[in-house]
Design a protein around this ligand. Sequence first.
Ligand code: AP5
Length: 221
Amino acid sequence: MRIVLLGAPGSGKGTQSQRLVKAYGIPQISTGDLLREAVAKNTELGRRAKAAMDAGKLVDDATVLGMIRERLSRPDAATGFILDGFPRNIPQADALEAMLRELGTPLDAVVLLNLDLGILFKRLSGRRICEVCGQVFNTYFSTAQELAHCAKGPEHKLIQRPDDKEDVIGKRLEVYEAQTKPLIQHYTELKLLRVVDADADVETVFNAIQRAVQGASKPSA
Ligand code: AP5
């Protein structure tokens, strides 16, 4: 199965991708995670991307497309993938289509996680991440015990992503409205869009995604 998870920052793409990985045995390809990894390792690509990420803007298309091309060519992506946070604008969607056409492996579905702005803000400003294992929590929705440190032990400290500071969240949501939202129309026209109400608990949203993608998978060419 080859799907895109589309949605505003904080809509639950990362959370749901992890469940889909377990359910379908296909990899999550998150451009945000790949970029953060490059920043943490201080690679040339990471140094190029950091300023845009810290400011809540998109990293340039050439950088992101190079990264995606390399990632899609790895063997584990041959049987399917979940694209999380990519594509992010029309040029990226067009480039993805061309790449997949070349490989003879078209997308099966694009799932939009639909959520109101007020809730997005809470999910982003409240998000905390374990700096050791990457598990995600939220100051509004997790228990006090979970927020003390992640279940794996006290050395697993929770941190806030630099772009989850309130001033950067506003910019990220603006960028979503201006550059990413047009993809809804784009994928509607391609008859790939499935809309899921993301204003529910994690399990309910996951079940809705599973229903939305059921039967979407076509055999590879
Ligand atoms: P990226 O990492 O892709 O961030 P994003 O799209 O802004 O999405 P997030 O990771 O913030 O949110 P999410 O939807 O995954 O939500 P999550 O599941 O964590 O991108 C970061 C930056 O990298 C960009 O700003 C840009 O600079 C750059 N970049 C990345 N891709 C790019 C591209 N293609 N082109 C150019 N630049 C690119 O959930 C959020 C919170 O809500 C968590 O606390 C979670 O626990 C909680 N939560 C989730 N689901 C629920 C639920 N059902 N109920 C209650 N709480 C929930």
